[in-house]
Design a protein around this ligand. Structure first.
Ligand code: ZN
Ligand code: ZN
Length: 377
């Protein structure tokens, strides 16, 4: 079968690899109909991780069940399903508490598994014609038959729940004001989720005009940090108080204001300033324990200079960590089915799988409007 294979920094190729097969009674094989490229794939693509050439990428996958192990009880051939990017067992101490992003069964020695991702276990990615799904009864979310809402449902694998998770970590409530840093796909999903949760005012901070335009289209207030300190701009629109809540949808590859230099703590420190005393921060943006591409020695070891003193003084709470997709994907699916949510406004390109190589290149360079790419094998 054809699959997107990592060849080395800044290179992927669509190559023939062995088609996956049932290896455990609770596996299914899904024929992939849609698979999305994620900003976090770029961390591997750019050679900033320990990913070795040969890995098949793709953690955002959906499709049709083609083959089932004898232990699968709730699914059948032909079912249309979307899988959380988290591979999870459903029965370990973290899974039973709903923390499926921290499953201790699927990736021994580390909490949490994912398809096609370095250090996240042996699970082959789904940017391919087929993907093997373990613990399939737990990991497959059933979808209505047919092909309606395909570009909405694919976002249930990661970014829609991840944006929602940012709001959950920040405990966004109806009537509150929220500052979302980053208007990439996850930031836009966080802003969209804040509005779905009844937030009164949602600010979205970025410097790319087209992204800010998208934020405005969904009813958020765009804040361009190239035009001045974003914290001051938000203060001016919140009676000098700041927002109730904040979401970091950027992570460690943040850019300092007025430059193109990476400054990994800049978003966290801006949020500490932006959010009012006793507010809360949600941090779904990615931070890593080691970053060979970091701008200084400490950053390379995942240590950043964060204004912890100010955070304490303001009594701010902070929630972190990758999304437990399974906690949210069922009701977000139902909102899509009922027409209450249409997250596909972030999808910029839908392309055949064999155009993956140029799609990665353009997405990585942020050119030709490449923001969220869905591939169809
Ligand atoms: Zn993703
Ligand atoms: Zn588990």
């Amino acid at each position: 079968m054809k699959a997107v294979v990592y060849k080395g920094p800044f290179t992927v190729a669509v190559e023939d690899v062995e088609k996956p097969s049932i290896q455990h009674p609770n596996d299914v094989i899904v024929r992939v109909t849609s698979t999305a490229i994620c900003g976090s794939d770029l961390h591997m693509y750019e050679g900033r991780t320990a990913a070795e050439p040969g890995i098949v990428f793709g953690h955002e996958n959906m499709g049709i069940i083609e083959d089932l192990g004898p232990g699968v009880t709730t699914l059948k051939e032909g079912d249309r399903v979307v899988m959380p990017f988290n591979v999870a067992c459903g029965f370990c101490m973290n899974c039973v508490e709903g923390y499926t992003g921290f499953c201790i069964t699927v990736n021994p020695g580390f909490a949490g598994g994912a398809y096609g991702y370095v250090a996240m276990g042996p699970w082959q990615g789904g940017q391919a014609e087929y993907v093997r799904v373990p613990y399939a009864d737990f990991n497959c979310l059933k979808l209505p038959q047919g092909n309606e809402h395909e570009s909405d449902f694919i976002l249930l694998a990661d970014i829609f729940p991840t944006g929602y998770h940012g709001c959950e970590l920040a405990q966004v409530r109806p009537g509150e004001s929220v500052a979302v840093y980053g208007a990439g796909p996850v930031g836009l999903m966080a802003a969209y989720s804040a509005l779905l949760r009844g937030a009164r005012k949602v600010f979205v901070v970025d410097r790319v005009p087209e992204r800010l335009q998208k934020a405005e289209e969904i009813g958020a207030i765009p804040i361009n940090f190239a035009e001045g300190d974003p914290v001051e701009q938000i203060e001016e629109q919140t009676e000098g108080i700041g927002t109730d809540k904040g979401v970091d949808a950027v992570g460690y590859q943040a850019t300092a204001q007025g430059t193109d230099n990476e400054e990994p703590a800049t978003v966290l420190n801006s949020l500490v300033r932006t959010v009012r005393p006793t507010g809360a921060l949600g941090v779904p943006g990615l931070y890593v324990p080691s970053d060979p591409g970091g701008p200084d020695e400490q950053a390379k070891q995942g240590m950043l200079l964060v204004a912890i003193g100010r955070l304490f003084e303001k009594g701010l709470r902070m929630g972190t960590g990758q999304c437990n997709v399974k906690r949210y994907n069922r009701f977000l699916r139902d909102m899509i089915i009922d027409g209450r949510a249409k997250p596909s406004f972030v999808v910029s390109h839908e392309l055949p799988l064999d155009q993956a190589s140029s799609a990665y290149d353009k997405f990585d360079k942020r050119i030709e409007g490449f923001t969220k790419v869905v591939l169809h094998p």
